[in-house]
Design a binder for this molecule. Structure first.
Ligand code: B12
Length: 153
């Protein structure tokens, strides 16, 4: 008889294709790992196709996108459209959040969050968003997705 084991919630962490900043990713990886998530960090300047392929291969419970160079709202929009249009239903439906410094006007662009949600993101954290909301949103997005690795024989 093999025991039933629940597994850690798996997060694919990435930035967008234009963004070479890395400490935001390191910070988020450590934060998530500290909270018990299993994190794969794809690093800087990730092409859309590579990110989508990693979702296909790794089947994460959630994707967290971080961008701080100011192009995040443009790259993010393009990326989420491609992801949501993917022919693989599981890829297209993966929960995705984006956060960081997504535009170049700081907190003066509050409409960006609504626009990105309308494009398909499940949650958006613009500059100045409450960090406590991050954990709550991630838990909500991944609720029930952390699966069972073993089955009772
Ligand atoms: C270091 C740095 C660089 C380094 C990066 C080196 C590296 N390997 O990472 C270099 C020199 C390469 C660089 C380049 C550029 N940079 Co730069 N850089 C910075 C700097 C000084 C620090 C960034 C950093 O490491 N912060 C530490 C990490 C831990 O914090 P963070 O990035 O702010 O992330 C936090 C939050 O944003 C939030 N967060 C981030 N992502 C997410 C995601 C979610 C889901 C959530 C909930 C929260 C969240 O949580 C993090 C922790 O608190 C900032 C200015 C600053 N003081 O922030 C500018 C800054 C990010 N850079 C900026 C710019 C414009 C550029 C360039 C375009 C400059 C240029 N003209 O070439 C290029 C872009 C290159 C590219 N292709 O992306 C601007 C972005 C402007 C904006 N968005 O409004 C900033 C803000 C400087 C400024 N004030 O103008 N940069």
């Amino acid at each position: 008889m093999s025991p039933i084991q629940s597994r850690a919630t798996r997060v694919l962490l990435s930035t967008v294709s234009s963004d070479s900043h890395t400490w935001n990713l390191v910070f988020l990886q450590l934060l998530l790992e500290e909270r018990g998530y299993e994190v794969t960090n794809l690093g800087p300047c990730v092409p859309d196709a590579e990110l989508i392929e990693q979702v296909r291969v790794q089947r994460p419970d959630a994707v967290v996108i971080s961008s701080v160079n100011g192009h995040g709202h443009i790259d993010g929009r393009r990326l989420i459209r491609k992801l949501r249009e993917d022919g693989d239903e599981a890829v297209a439906a993966v929960p995705v959040m984006i956060g960081g410094k997504l535009g170049i006007q700081g907190t003066a662009q509050p409409q960006l969050a609504d626009e990105l949600v309308a494009e398909g993101f499940d949650a958006v954290f613009t500059d100045g968003a409450d960090p406590a909301e991050f954990s709550v949103a991630l838990q909500r997005m991944t609720a029930g997705r952390a699966g069972i690795t073993g089955a009772a024989a």
